[in-house]
Design a protein around this ligand. Structure first.
Ligand code: TGC
Ligand code: FAD
Length: 392
């Protein structure tokens, strides 16, 4: 796609709820996506290439560590600004938002929250500037929804830890300079370790032949007797709650991001419905197509309100994990439904790379699976409202 005519829908005048800073940050990200992502992203997805040339720009608009303090190179923004950046990035492509989610919430966040002063100083500025990219290793071949069952483990060898195991389906893995890896110690307690590219026994083979998130690189993390310096253990939190707390932050960003993908599909379908003539009139004049479009804007508006409220709760440190799960689940399903409906409005053109809709639809199949599947988030809500745990 060479030109990007996107116009963001704001049916309930939600801009009035945003501060000038929110709008400035959002508009900068929107402009950057139009200028740098839209012209190249379809070709990157078709060719299964991660656009490394965008890394510097992502850092520049504050997408790496939006809410991390400026002392560590972060942008020092609030949670709504972070969400708006994720919305704009995913409006361009879920894979670009993924790179920013992993870098900010799954790599910088644990180093900031669970790391010591030396670790923060060593890693955060390089991650914020995009000089280094990171990966987050929780999922294993045999443990996806149930990470507590992980078998990746390390032994205390006196002057270092010896790490063995494997992680699978890891975003950014093929080129990340560091990975925050979750592994069990000899007592079976989960800890986070920072593993660096170049450590002997550490390899990151790429996962090929994906039909989804093709502009994002996915791979494995393999640890074959990797000697990890003791200084690389994150000291300030352990147990499954540590990676899950990182996921809360990333899932929150996805709740916003999914709105971006939905807005792009809606805007494309609305424009097309007014231009495409059949039976002598614009297809947007037929009731069936109006029903689709009217339902889309209704669902987008509901998701925008839900997410804005969640952002205000998060700014006040009052958002619960279950509230975040509800928003992630609702908004991703909403976006996927809209992508499917929008694709139909475009008829055959809907499957063409000349439009972004099919790419969004395919991407969202990953988004509805990663960071906790649609089913897992429903069970988290179920547990929260009944007090009865489906996982035990
Ligand atoms: P459970 O016994 O419930 O909890 C264990 C401990 O964790 C605490 N906890 C949380 N803490 C912070 N945030 C949360 N959301 C938390 N949920 C639970 C909990 O209080 C407990 O603490 P403590 O002190 O009592 O030990 O754990 P469980 O084994 O029953 O599992 C619960 C379940 C199924 C909800 C959880 O395992 C889960 O969320 N599974 C889904 C796995 C997942 O989301 N994986 C994502 C991998 S990363 C990824 O996909 C990145 S994609 C990146 C991109 O490209 O954008
Ligand atoms: P499974 O856990 O095997 O689930 C299969 C099905 O069973 C699902 O429908 C699920 O909902 C259902 N199910 C499972 N348990 C239950 C239950 N108790 N009750 C009802 N239904 C259940 N992981 C990382 O650690 N880091 C990353 O950077 C990362 N990036 C990813 C990028 C991509 C493109 C993808 C596709 C995945 C990525 N993941 C990453 C992995 C992702 O988090 C997992 O795929 C996800 O958590 C689900 O795990 P699974 O695929 O093993 O599915």
């Amino acid at each position: 796609m060479q030109q990007d005519p996107f116009e963001a829908p704001d049916y309930y005048h939600l801009d009035a709820l945003l501060t000038d800073e929110h709008k400035l940050v959002r508009d900068a990200a929107r402009h950057w996506v139009k200028r740098h992502v839209s012209p190249i992203i379809e070709s990157c997805a078709q060719n299964a290439e991660f656009p490394k040339q965008l890394i510097g720009g992502l850092a520049h608009i504050g997408a790496f560590g939006a809410y991390i303090p400026t002392t560590y190179g972060g942008a020092g923004l609030d949670q709504i600004s972070y969400g708006l950046i994720m919305q704009e990035l995913e409006r361009g492509d879920s894979g670009i938002r993924s790179t920013a989610s992993v870098q900010s919430s799954l790599v910088m966040y644990p180093i900031w929250k669970y790391g010591n002063a030396e670790q923060r100083q060593k890693y955060l500025p390089k991650l914020a500037s995009g000089e280094w990219l990171g990966a987050f290793g929780l999922t294993e071949p045999d443990h996806g929804s149930n990470p507590n069952g992980m078998t990746t483990h390390y032994k205390d060898m006196g002057d270092h830890y010896l790490l063995n195991g494997a992680k699978m389906w890891i975003s950014n893995a093929p080129f990340a300079q560091i990975a925050v890896v979750w592994a069990k110690n000899e007592a079976g307690r989960i800890h986070g370790l920072i593993v660096e590219r170049g450590m002997e026994g550490f390899s990151t083979p790429e996962t090929h032949h994906k039909w989804s998130l093709r502009a994002s690189a996915t791979g494995e993390l393999i640890f074959d007797n990797v000697k990890v310096p003791k200084a690389n253990l994150l000291p300030n939190k352990s147990g499954l709650g540590a990676p899950l707390q990182c996921l809360d932050s990333a899932r929150y960003g996805i709740a916003w991001g999914a709105i971006g993908a939905a807005m792009d599909c809606y805007d494309t379908a609305l424009r097309y419905s007014k231009e495409r003539l059949q039976f002598g009139k614009p297809i947007g004049q037929f009731q069936l197509q109006q029903k689709k479009l009217a339902e889309m804007i209704t669902e987008i508006t509901k998701a925008q309100l839900l997410t804005w409220r969640l952002g205000t709760l998060k700014n006040e440190n009052k958002a619960t994990s279950a509230q975040i799960s509800m928003a992630k689940r609702n908004n991703v399903a909403m976006a996927l439904n809209i992508a499917r409906e929008a694709r139909q409005i475009l008829g055959a053109m809907g499957i063409s790379g000349a439009y972004s809709i099919m790419r969004h639809a395919m991407n969202l199949e990953s988004v509805i699976t990663y960071e906790g599947t649609h089913d897992i988030h429903l069970l988290i809500t179920g547990l929260d409202i009944t007090g009865l745990n489906a996982f035990k």
